[in-house]
Design a protein around this ligand. Structure first.
Ligand SMILES: [Zn+2]
Length: 279
């Protein structure tokens, strides 16, 4: 039986908006909201944390660790991989991991590329992660996409370099709609019965459901401003604000029908391998 791997990409959207600090600070309140729900459900999650966020809120990172959740890397300042050389990426990872360790994190073995920016062109990142002792990455969007995508990678989790696992983000199973279903705008905006169907299908085929929620996905108090990576398109920006009140309610429904797990725990299970047949 597979499971839904629960994750929050812990970043501050204000960091990519001009004069972002004039807007309300949302990360601590939204993170605590996630933490409260995870506690209610009795589940553990993985927080992919941007180094800069860990330096800004070390006490918040402490609360995540204290609650027994897993910390993993999400880039030191959330730079997409095609903006870095291999050497720069290595240094970025070391800074990111150090920031989490300085905030109390231990046993950091996971990585998610900002904006799922690990593609065929930046596949060198897998080698570097393995070299640095990471055991898994969840950084590939295995479909064509206007931003980043690696359709040839394939939809299944597999080992890529030096034993490192790549867990590509779960796509919608409907032909012609190869979008990552379990997080962000798609989780908020698409009809929920389609999401439940796609998640059920993934679990049936023994694939983990790869999620990606953010602090802003549940932030109903955020002021209106233009989000990054949308090319200034107002109709796309409108979608950024739709369905935020539904996210935790939808997760609550999913939690009743499908097991939730942190990434590290899932990877440890894979590495342990299937039990020896007896008799
Ligand atoms: Zn991110």
């Amino acid at each position: 039986m597979s499971s839904l791997l629960l994750s929050v990409d812990l970043e501050d959207v204000r960091d990519w908006v001009k004069d972002g600090t004039r807007y309300r600070e949302g990360v601590p309140e939204n993170t605590r909201n996630y933490l409260n729900h995870f506690k209610q459900w009795g589940v553990k999650a993985t927080f992919f944390v941007v180094g800069e966020v860990a330096r800004r809120y070390p006490w918040l990172i402490g609360e995540i660790v204290e609650a027994g959740h897993e910390l993993a890397c999400h880039g030191d300042v959330h730079l997409q991989l095609d903006k870095l050389t291999a050497q720069e990426f290595r240094a970025d990872m070391l800074r990111n991991r150090k920031a989490l360790e300085n905030a109390g994190g231990k046993g950091i073995f996971g990585f998610r590329a900002p904006t799922f920016s690990l593609t065929a062109r930046t596949a060198w990142a897998h080698e570097i992660l393995a070299e640095l002792g990471f055991t898994y990455s969840s950084s590939v969007l295995p479909a064509a996409n206007p931003l980043y995508g690696w359709p040839e990678f394939g939809k299944g989790a597999r080992q890529v370099a030096g034993g490192l696992w790549e867990l590509p983000v779960t796509l919608h199973g409907i032909p012609g709609l190869p979008v990552p279903i379990a997080g962000g705008v798609y989780f908020r905006v698409l009809p929920f019965f389609l999401t439940e169907w796609a998640i059920g299908k993934s679990i049936t085929y023994g694939q983990p459901v790869i999620t990606y929620f953010h602090p802003y996905d549940i932030d109903c108090k955020q002021e209106k401003f233009m989000h990054p990576d949308l090319g200034g398109k107002k109709h796309l920006n409108m979608l950024m604000y739709i369905g935020r009140a539904k996210v935790l309610k939808r997760l609550d429904i999913l939690h009743r029908s499908c097991p939730f797990q942190a990434y590290g725990e899932y990877i440890n299970g894979l590495q342990a391998g299937p039990a020896e047949p007896t008799g």
